[in-house]
Design a protein around this ligand. Sequence first.
Ligand code: 9D3
Length: 264
Amino acid sequence: MTVDIVTIFPAMVAEPLKAGVVGRAIDRGLLDVRVRDLRDFTTDRHRVVDDVPYGGGPGMVLKPDPFFRALDAIEAERGAPLTVVLTSPQGRRFTQAEAERLSARPRLVLLCGRYEGFDDRVRERVTDELSIGDYVLSGGELPALVILDAVARLIPGVVGDEQSVAEESFSRGLLDFPQFTRPPEVTVRSATTSAERVLKVPEVLLSGNHAEIRRWRKREALARTLERRPDLLAGAELDEDEKQMLQELRALQGVQHRRMAGGK
Ligand code: 9D3
């Protein structure tokens, strides 16, 4: 897959690309990423990328023509068709399903916004407009990195088996089960009372009984999802065993809630 990131702050995205899963995918030739400075596609002496909004108002707007020239250059180099993603607060929410869709595209372009946004005519060459969530950022560079990270790990060979197994629970629509590693006991001091407590790893994980461990993990993943993200359960793919467990957990949770509320 080829990815081109167009930004007025190339340094903001270049460094993070070298680290972790994405960096390794690039080193191994599974991913070909180029960061392009929008200013390189201006034609004036001062390399101006922004201008005042027509109709007045505060702030600046990114000019359309540097984007058009950047897209022409990318298409000449990479070929057509391009999947052109505009990062913007007005976009559809970026989800795992969107990441899966984009990971099947051979040529991706990520356009990063700044200031008050883009001249609306840029959208003429955009195939997808995406937001990463309902909070205000100062530009599209971090969203572009978020999108690339989520997409890259879905490219075959980028992430080893072990992580794809761990990811199963999320793509199935559940939160992860709790994880533990050595040592089997740790002493912690409570943040609030300063009292010392010895925290043990759940017995079942030390038992070596793998069937029992699998069931425990299923149940914990379901319990956490029910507690923290019940909205996910509507879209989750559950087997019969899990549906049964969920019923039990719901009954239990009902009891706990009535207790907490001090109901009679
Ligand atoms: C909707 C807010 N706009 C009206 C005043 C101003 C504005 C705020 C932030 C315009 C652009 C930006 C920069 N943000 C992005 O480019 C952006 C973004 C975000 O802020 N949150 C979540 N996802 C994204 S994707 C791109």
